[in-house]
Write a protein that binds this ligand. Structure first.
Ligand SMILES: [Zn+2]
Length: 446
């Protein structure tokens, strides 16, 4: 493993043939991967410039989507010929008070290709993929079929150690209960069609960014099989992208996650994660922040600290722990097998993790994944979701507790947990196993 002071990774960036950004996180220096050109005949995205040129600083020549809704630039709303329909994009659900992303262009994305056509493998003679280099350690690139798009090129992050909160001054504001009234969303028009009372569409262009994070060039690997050195590089890539993307004015949230398994709905078998960059705070962190504020206002201390300390004291739902992380099944788990992994020292986001916590994560996290796979003796479908403090919220940056939520939808061999009438209709989860029993099984699963 790397000791304190050692370089952990070497980063370089370039452009794919259609102008998308690609960033290599190498485990050794001088590999020159970013300078390998993408020779595929991809159509240049309108407004993109200087494709295929190495761009070590990641700054110029990438104006991206203009922000016009739906059908401008990459990727637009395919629509129906001859029909003047409202464009895709962010739609405001006034009843729920939540945004919905309509991304109709993703219907045509690559779907479970055979191994010989996997777009996440390194390029080789006669087979050009999304990654031009002949090999990689960890690589990140803009999703070709994004739900959110149109961010300007990656800004240069603030001086290290960069924190998630960005250059703009943080504001301590109450949670929004309607469409956000602040931030750059004000700078873009509502979707055409008039006000809602005339049947218009209250919505916004889907400004944001979606990135693919490839964890290894080995097509058949699982995250649980990665050596600690590689887990560390992945963690560094997540933290680095959080720092860089949070520095974009108006960015509210950087969400790193992994979907694993056909049952979850992956469209590519190759081990990879995703990264969503939002201009709005999504419902789950917004809900957590409301609870956190209420707990603090009641004089009961930080809710995250109280909860983790309570779990450690009780012990019945603990799955695993070391000096720097604690993993437990939440007392009100929604999913049959659900784990929350908290660092011992609370930090708001990945960039603030200390060296010892980063090193310890590389041991405890693959162990948790192996426990999931050992439950039923088959690879378990799971979602691993990082919850970070929304940027630009002073209270959140001070009080939020970074954590990883890891859960599976499999409740027994051959049986999946479906979000049926109660969950999908009413938003009330029904769990088929007690959290204490789930924790016991996970502790014993080896
Ligand atoms: Zn592959």
């Amino acid at each position: 493993m790397c000791s304190v002071g050692d370089p952990i990774f070497w980063k370089s960036s370039g452009r794919l043939a259609d102008g998308r950004e690609i960033i290599y996180f190498d485990e050794s220096p001088g590999l020159g991967r970013a300078s390998v050109p993408d020779r595929r005949p991809l159509a240049q995205t309108p407004g993109e410039s200087d494709p295929g040129q190495a761009d070590q600083a990641g700054q110029p020549g990438h104006p991206g989507n203009s922000g016009r809704p739906g059908n401008s630039g990459r990727p637009g709303n395919p629509g129906i010929p001859g029909r003047d329909l409202p464009p895709a994009g962010l739609r405001w659900d006034a009843l729920a008070g939540e945004w919905v992303i309509v991304a109709a262009q993703r219907q045509d994305r690559t779907f479970l290709p055979p191994p010989g056509e996997c777009p996440l493998d390194p390029s080789s003679p006669g087979r050009l993929t999304e990654i031009p280099a002949p090999d990689y350690d960890v690589v990140v690139f803009e999703n070709r079929f994004p739900s959110l798009h149109g961010l300007p090129p990656s800004p240069v992050p603030r001086a290290a150690p960069a924190g998630a909160p960005a250059d703009r001054p943080p504001v301590d504001r109450p949670p929004a209960d309607g469409p956000p009234a602040d931030g750059p969303l004000d700078a873009v028009p509502f979707l055409p069609g008039g006000p809602p009372e005339t049947g218009g569409v209250p919505g916004r262009p889907p400004i944001g960014r979606c990135e693919v994070v490839c964890f290894t060039a080995d097509h058949n690997a699982s995250f649980a099989s990665l050596p600690p050195r590689r887990v560390r590089t992945v963690l560094e890539a997540w933290a680095d992208r959080t720092t860089v993307l949070s520095s974009t004015p108006g960015i509210e949230q950087v969400y790193c996650f992994e979907n694993r398994g056909e049952e979850i709905g992956v469209t590519l078998y190759d081990l990879h994660g995703l990264l969503y960059v939002d201009h709005f705070v999504t419902p789950r962190p917004a809900s957590m922040l409301r609870q956190l504020r209420a707990h603090t206002a009641a004089g009961r201390g930080n809710l995250f600290d109280v909860m983790v300390a309570g779990e450690e004291a009780a012990g019945t739902r603990i799955v695993s722990r070391n000096d720097h992380w604690t993993a437990f099944v939440p007392a009100a788990a929604r999913w049959p097998y659900e784990i929350l992994l908290f660092p011992a020292r609370r930090v708001p986001s990945l960039p603030e993790l200390g060296e010892e916590a980063r090193a310890a994560f590389c041991v405890i996290y693959p162990d948790l994944l192996r426990r999931l796979d050992a439950l039923f003796g088959v690879p378990l479908p799971y979602i691993a979701a990082w919850h970070q403090a929304p940027a630009g919220d002073e209270f959140a940056c001070r009080e939020f507790g970074l954590h990883l939520q890891l859960f599976s939808i499999r409740r027994a061999p051959g049986k999946l947990k479906y979000l049926a009438g109660s969950e999908s209709g009413m938003g009330v989860w029904i769990n088929d196993i007690t959290p204490e029993e789930a924790a016991l099984r996970l502790r014993e699963a080896r």
